[in-house]
Design a protein around this ligand. Structure first.
Ligand SMILES: [Ca+2]
Ligand SMILES: [Ca+2]
Ligand SMILES: [Ca+2]
Length: 149
């Protein structure tokens, strides 16, 4: 049941209801901002990343023990892959870079194969740095568009 429901749940979390581009698919920048820019001011801050990460964590922590185990993380991996699917070329590369910032390898700092709530929230800082191309401390449309250049 979870494996069918959870990806849809993440889609609603990570995709939201973005304004669609002319071809029907939001660009990676539109997609990212529609979800993570919670106050809709065009800048994604560390605090917005942490708030949304907490929501994502709750969605995938199926047994609510404050740890994402391998099984729970596998469902999260599937959901992120679904987010990348449908994109091609440079946009696919950008989506992979964005979603890769939430991989098990990037989140599991102590290497025990599971991700605690703290590890997942703390991962927001490194993720922000990896996306913040102009190094001004927030992620904007320009930063995301630079990812595929
Ligand atoms: Ca914002
Ligand atoms: Ca769990
Ligand atoms: Ca920036």
């Amino acid at each position: 049941m979870f494996t069918r429901l959870i990806p849809l749940l993440l889609l609603s979390l990570t995709v939201g209801s973005p304004a669609l581009a002319a071809d029907g698919m939001p660009t990676p920048a539109e997609r990212f901002l529609s979800v993570w820019d919670l106050d809709d001011n065009g800048e994604v801050t560390i605090s917005e990343l942490k708030t949304m990460r907490a929501r994502v964590f709750r969605a995938f922590d199926q047994n609510a023990d404050q740890v994402l185990d391998r099984h729970e993380y596998a469902d999260f991996d599937d959901a992120r892959a679904a987010d990348v699917a449908g994109y091609k070329g440079e946009e696919r590369l950008a989506m992979k870079k964005i979603t890769g910032g939430m991989s098990l390898g990037r989140s599991d700092k102590n290497g025990d194969g599971t991700v605690s709530h703290k590890e997942f929230i703390d991962g927001a800082a490194g993720w922000l740095s990896s996306l913040d191309g102009n190094d001004d401390g927030v992620v904007t449309r320009d930063d995301i568009e630079q990812l595929s250049r």
